[in-house]
Design a protein around this ligand. Structure first.
Ligand SMILES: NC(=O)c1ccc[n+]([C@@H]2O[C@H](COP(=O)([O-])OP(=O)(O)OC[C@H]3O[C@@H](n4cnc5c(N)ncnc54)[C@H](OP(=O)(O)O)[C@@H]3O)[C@@H](O)[C@H]2O)c1
Length: 301
């Protein structure tokens, strides 16, 4: 249902009877990145269960097609596969063009794909460039490529960036870097410069002295930059019917954690779905949410 096209008296009736609380339909289209497994796959499944149309994306076409087929076999008609490697700008451009041609408009983007090269309990800096390229520049480039396609109707389009509490600003030990990133006037140029500085400090072997996060530093900086970009984007689209938030799903049992965690990917996905489907009048933007307990608590920071 496109509420934009409804006569005003019907719209008012919907509001009065609360029907608008379930604002989505099968015409509501969501894109989920890195969805061949883990939380991404579970999010696709949950959104399909709730009746949306979902584009499941994956960098490996075989894995992605297999994942989408497995959902189709269980009866979900509205699942589509799109090949997308978020660390590759040409793949992002090709996906955006394919999406525009096949779907035209977008309602929800879940930037879920990410990498970490540390096992739980390990704390090495491995391939920091790949981590930053995948976890920060990837979602940013994809978002910018898809921005013109968001429907931005009365129901408000939504971007949810999957982040981590490791990337919250209180993990920064440098007061000057923290001051930059928490500024109300933060710019994308400052975020890029911060990330570049981190990579230079890693290269020169001085990162420990510069006050960067101690735990999973490369992953933490990638998510910190993603959180910062989300706030800048939320400000840019304030009042323009696009909401941008971040969520830490909590310690979830997936391949990223080697199967360890306090809850399952399905439980994390239930929280993701709840957050991206919040009724328009209750929707926030520029927030960072933490899932403390599956389904139960979402803390706003
Ligand atoms: N699990 C946790 O405890 C936890 C905690 C905090 C935050 N998170 C965040 O939650 C999100 C989902 O994590 P998860 O635990 O479900 O991890 P996961 O099981 O390792 O899944 C990650 C997904 O991202 C994909 N991916 C990686 N690099 C990609 C690229 N360049 N292009 C496209 N897709 C790519 C992977 O594809 P391949 O199969 O091809 O590798 C996979 O589908 C991530 O953003 C993660 O940082 C997770």
């Amino acid at each position: 249902m496109d509420v934009n096209n409804l006569p005003i008296y019907i719209l008012i009736t919907y509001i009065i009877y609360g029907i608008i609380h379930e604002w989505w339909s099968e015409e509501t289209t969501a894109v989920v990145t890195g969805a061949n497994k883990g939380i991404g796959f579970a999010v696709v499944k949950r959104l399909l269960e709730l009746g949306l149309t979902v584009v499941l994306t994956a960098r490996n076409a075989e894995n992605g097609i297999q994942a989408a087929d497995s959902l189709r076999l269980t009866g979900f008609r509205n699942v589509h596969f799109g090949c997308l490697d978020i660390s590759d700008p040409s793949s992002i451009a090709a996906f955006a063009s394919w999406f525009r041609h096949n779907f035209g408009v977008l309602d929800i983007l879940v930037n879920n794909a990410a990498v970490s090269f540390n096992a739980v309990g390990e704390n090495l800096i491995n391939e920091p460039e790949t981590i930053i390229k995948t976890n920060f520049y990837g979602p940013k480039l994809l978002t910018e490529a898809l921005l013109p396609l968001f429907r931005r109707s009365v129901s408000v389009s939504r971007i949810l960036n999957m982040s981590s509490r490791l990337g919250t600003l209180n993990k920064l030990r440098s007061p000057s870097i923290r001051r930059i990133l928490e500024s109300e006037d933060l710019t994308n140029e400052q975020i890029d410069a911060t990330v570049t500085q981190f990579l230079q400090d890693v290269k020169s072997g001085t990162w420990e002295k510069q006050g960067w996060p101690e735990n999973w530093p490369d992953y933490a900086i990638s998510k910190m930059a993603l959180n910062a970009y989300s706030r800048v984007l939320a400000r840019r689209y304030d009042g323009k019917k696009l909401s941008v938030n971040c969520l830490c799903p909590g310690f979830t049992r997936t391949s990223m954690t080697g199967g360890q965690g306090t809850h399952t990917a399905d439980e994390a996905a239930a929280t993701v779905a709840k957050l991206v489907l919040i009724p328009p009048e209750k929707l926030t933007s520029g927030k960072f949410y933490i899932c403390l307990e599956p389904k139960k608590i979402i803390a706003k920071l």
